[in-house]
Design a protein around this ligand. Structure first.
Ligand SMILES: Nc1ncnc2c1ncn2[C@@H]1O[C@H](COP(=O)(O)OP(=O)(O)OP(=O)(O)O)[C@@H](O)[C@H]1O
Ligand code: SF4
Ligand SMILES: [Mg+2]
Length: 339
């Protein structure tokens, strides 16, 4: 296959009530790639995940897998589609029936997909081992396992039917830091062993930095930057990416001093600001930003950015340095609007 595994072209989604949760999203994901998705609450990350797994339908644009439109794939064989593309949720196990033992919960999809029970049980045994879960977990009820084990059970359930794409919406949220680290290592290992492709949403930028080959930053339903993860973390091009990264001093302690505190509320996607959607909070907004909406465009280093004055270019860099200077005296314990 030469084309991308997953391709979103100019995808928009408007909910009833005029909520434009996704606005002209274009994104290609290659087979075997891990794409991280970040952005403040309400930026559209979950909606994008739901579109990819067929739980929500784009109002405009096309979503394709291996070049075939998603709606055609689902119409042709809905079960095959569900086997191929799995959604992994934060509370997947907690939301399962509390009255069924985990073993039975895991066997349930086998019957739905008409798979042989014995072969299915062998697959479960193999995955238990791969995921470092004891056999005894099968006899337990969902509430009887630890948070970390529950997450592994959810991963097992997602992998049972041999998917090629895993869409994970905040898979490590709510776990202790060390457990999060173990889980990320596990996901990386599985990707190699099973040839998986991931789209992973996380508010934890350290998680994204560790696992994602490429990171996509969203703001108010739009992609504002898509860049190789190392490039983004060593030098964001979009002012919003820079602000998001600077809220996490652990990423680079030297950045502590140049942390950009975003002022103001996140605007509503029902009536986004005219021009650049970020202009009401951007530390370097200029007149052009209020009048003209920037398009997502490629930069010479291969990343894409939606900004008139990217920080990787002299004009944006100078304006941003001046803004950082103005913010330099902000005390470290000041509440961070982005955290
Ligand atoms: N079913 C729905 N009907 C109407 N509006 C919705 C619906 N689902 C989501 N929204 C709105 O769409 C926007 C995007 O929501 P979404 O859940 O995708 O954000 P998110 O980036 O996942 O946020 P979070 O980080 O809090 O999970 C929000 O303004 C949200 O209120
Ligand atoms: S276009 Fe203007 S307001 Fe928007 S992010 Fe770029 S500099 Fe800021
Ligand atoms: Mg979400």
């Amino acid at each position: 296959m030469t084309g991308p595994l997953i391709s979103l072209a100019d995808v928009s989604l408007v909910f009833d009530g005029n909520v434009g949760a996704l606005n002209h999203i274009s994104l290609d994901i290659a087979k075997g790639e891990t794409v991280g998705l970040v952005g403040e609450s309400g930026s559209g990350k979950t909606t994008l995940c739901r579109v990819l797994v067929g739980l929500a339908e784009a109002t405009a644009g096309t979503v394709a897998i291996e070049g075939r439109p998603l709606d055609a794939l689902i119409a042709a064989d809905p079960l095959a589609f569900r086997r191929k593309v799995q959604l992994l949720l934060q509370d997947a196990v907690a939301s399962l029936s509390p009255r069924m033992r985990i073993g039975r919960l895991l066997e349930e999809p086998l019957a739905i997909h008409g798979m042989d029970l014995l072969a299915g049980r062998r697959r479960i045994a193999d995955l238990l081992q791969r995921l470092g879960l004891p056999q005894g977990v099968l006899d337990k009820y969902p509430h009887q396992v630890s948070g970390g084990q529950a997450r592994r059970v959810a991963i097992l359930r997602a992998l049972m039917l041999g998917p090629s794409i895993i869409v994970a919406d905040e898979p490590t949220a709510g776990l202790d830091v060390s457990v999060q680290g173990d889980l990320i290592n596990l996901l990386v290992e599985l990707r190699g062993d099973l040839g998986l492709t991931y789209l992973i949403v996380s508010h934890n930028l350290n998680v994204i930095r560790r696992i994602a080959d490429r990171t996509v930053v969203m703001y108010l339903g739009q992609i504002v930057e898509a860049a190789p993860t190392t490039a983004l973390f060593s030098g964001p091009a979009h002012p919003y990416s820079a602000a998001l990264l600077s809220t996490n001093p652990a990423i680079d302690p030297r950045r502590r001093r140049t942390r950009i505190v975003l002022e103001g509320e996140i605007p509503s996607v029902v009536s986004p600001p005219p021009g650049c959607r970020f202009h009401t909070r951007c530390p370097i907004a200029a007149a052009r930003c209020r009048a003209e909406e920037p398009q997502l465009r490629p930069l010479p280093d291969g990343r894409q950015v939606r900004c008139h004055f990217p920080l990787t270019e002299p004009e944006g860099a100078a304006a941003f340095a001046a803004a950082a200077q103005r913010h330099a005296n902000v005390p470290a314990d000041r509440p961070r609007p982005l955290a």
